[in-house]
Ligand binder design. Structure first.
Ligand code: B4P
Length: 193
């Protein structure tokens, strides 16, 4: 299998690139952000709990997102591999993912980290807020919270994979196509597990 974690701060281009990569490599796209937004849209109990947390720019509890990922892995037993987009976002989530994959006799091949500076992130998110009206993209204080949550809780996930020798940094500034080519070249160099 080929299992990739697409990593980076809010607005780094994870979702944008993940959509292109699943077409190129035939992988299943698992975005915890998209899964949570779909729960909200469907007015589920989980969605109602997650909404207020996401609207503040905070992270949803680990057990909630890990449970969602566990279900999706079970629903896609025949998959060639997965692109994890926006997950794991804490070291605890990363350890849970390792366990889940181990049970399926597979593992993460690498984390690809999109490197983008703070000002560019804020510009991209505010622009998307204007264009698509996503709640958590519109209020500058919520965007600041999301970036701070990233720095405090999510950035350590990169060290978790570095400790396993599984971290690849890619410059996330440039055209979407250029960045896609760089990530694709990194993936082509990986061995399937
Ligand atoms: P996400 O949906 O993961 O949102 P995100 O971090 O903003 O990234 P996204 O993938 O959508 O944006 P992208 O960078 O592609 O999370 C939302 C919330 O859900 C979190 O705040 C949290 O509350 C909750 N959540 C999700 N996962 C969780 C977890 N595991 N644990 C706990 N809570 C969780 O793109 C941003 C914009 O930039 C787009 O408009 C795009 O068009 C643009 N862009 C992309 N590439 C560009 C480029 N190269 N140049 C210019 N613009 C570009």
């Amino acid at each position: 299998m080929l299992n990739i974690v697409l990593f980076g701060p809010p607005g780094a281009g994870k979702g944008t690139q993940a959509k292109k990569l699943v077409d190129e490599f035939g992988l299943i796209h698992l975005s915890t952000g998209d899964l949570l937004r779909s729960e909200i849209e469907n007015n589920t109990e989980l969605g109602n709990k997650a909404k207020s947390i996401m609207d503040e720019g905070k992270l949803v509890p680990d057990e909630v997102v890990v449970g969602m990922i566990c279900n999706r892995l079970d629903q896609n037993k025949e998959a060639k591999g997965f692109i994890f987009d926006g997950f794991p976002r804490t070291r605890e989530q990363a350890a849970s993912l390792d366990e889940l994959l181990k049970e399926k006799n597979t593992s993460i091949n690498t984390l690809i980290s999109l490197e983008v500076e703070r000002k560019e992130l804020v510009d991209r998110i505010m622009k998307r807020g204007e264009e698509l009206g996503r709640h958590d993209d519109q209020d500058p204080s919520v965007v600041t919270n999301r970036i701070n949550e990233y720095l405090e809780k999510t950035e350590p996930v990169k060290d978790y994979y570095k400790e396993q020798g599984k971290c690849t940094e890619v410059d996330g500034v440039g055209s979407i196509e250029e960045i896609f080519e760089k990530i694709s070249n990194e993936i082509r160099g990986l061995e399937y597990t």
